[in-house]
Design a protein around this ligand. Structure first.
Ligand code: NDP
Length: 264
């Protein structure tokens, strides 16, 4: 039986095991996916290899450690600077970033999007900005601080903080990649910006999943098409699952994984 795990701290809340195990069962794959609490990110390579894992996912706060300790990097992971998936290739670790493609798949249903505003400039914003630039979208970042400004400018994005931003700008899609709304009732940007931006936007997505954040409630009030981050979570798992099992996933297996994700 092949062993897989998710490394995180905390990790007890993770739904990745139930999602991947449901997928393994659906295709009759002889694998088992567990959770591993990892205190120190510097130990990730040792624990992965000594644990005899064939693959793993990596969640907060270890994605940059996972990047550092991979032997080989997928080009997308290299560009983003963070890894959320490990594959064991004969004792060498290959690192991927499936958050980027997961996000991209989750917005496929949004048609006629050219310009995207990403709220936030953390790890998730980086993976989203990299994939959107690769797919030729116009990408603008709005963050409360100037953290990681150079990364986004070098990528070809526009970058603003709350002082330099003009609320008259127009975007087709607005993405919340901040953690505002996760365990508080904050908006990711000043309300007057969001009110104005949502007048002109077509779509809104929040990377936070499983709850109506203040940001999504505002989108609902403005009658915009919106969604939370559940599909992003599912599809990052789907892309990782294809690497884990070395198969091309079928639609009914994706639905099994979605049901696995929803089972609590
Ligand atoms: P990071 O800590 O790397 O980045 C957080 C970002 O949010 C930073 O830009 C930070 O600003 C900003 N921020 C935090 N609090 C506030 C606030 N109150 N108001 C405005 N901005 C704020 O986190 P990640 O990028 O890793 O994760 C971001 C979110 O994405 C989380 O909620 C996480 O749950 C979600 N996520 C969802 C996934 C999915 O599959 N659906 C996958 C990965 C993440 P500053 O730079 O100034 O500190």
């Amino acid at each position: 039986m092949k062993k897989f795990t998710i490394f995180g701290n905390p990790v007890s809340h993770s739904k990745s095991p139930q999602m991947h195990n449901a997928g393994f069962r659906a295709i009759g794959f002889d694998g088992e996916y567990s959770k591993t609490h990892l205190e120190n990110g510097d130990d990730i390579k040792k624990i992965f290899l000594e644990g005899g894992f064939s693959g793993a996912n990596i969640t907060l706060p270890h994605k940059e450690y996972a990047y550092r300790y991979a032997d080989i990097l997928d080009p997308l992971a290299q560009k983003i600077g963070a890894v959320n998936t490990y594959i064991n290739i004969d004792g060498k670790i290959k690192g991927y970033n499936t958050d980027a493609l997961g996000f991209y798949k989750s917005i496929e249903e949004f048609k006629d999007v050219k310009s995207v505003l990403i709220l936030g400039a953390g790890g998730t914003a980086k993976s989203i900005a990299v994939i959107l630039k690769e797919k030729n979208f116009e990408v603008t970042i709005l963050n409360r601080s100037e953290n990681s400004k150079d990364f986004f400018i070098n990528l070809g994005c526009e970058f603003y903080n709350f002082n330099s931003f003009s609320k008259e700008k127009r975007f087709d899609l607005i993405v919340n990649s901040t953690s505002a709304g996760l365990s508080d009732t904050e908006y990711p940007a000043p309300l007057e910006f969001l009110e104005s931006l949502m007048k002109n936007a077509k779509y809104v997505i929040d990377c936070i999943y499983g709850k109506m954040t203040p940001f999504l409630l505002l989108a609902q009030e403005k009658n915009l098409v919106f969604k939370d981050g559940e599909d992003m979570l599912l599809y990052q798992g789907v892309v990782a699952f294809e690497y884990f099992t070395n198969t091309k996933i079928k639609e009914d297996t994706i639905e099994s994984m979605r049901r696995g994700l929803k089972n609590s």
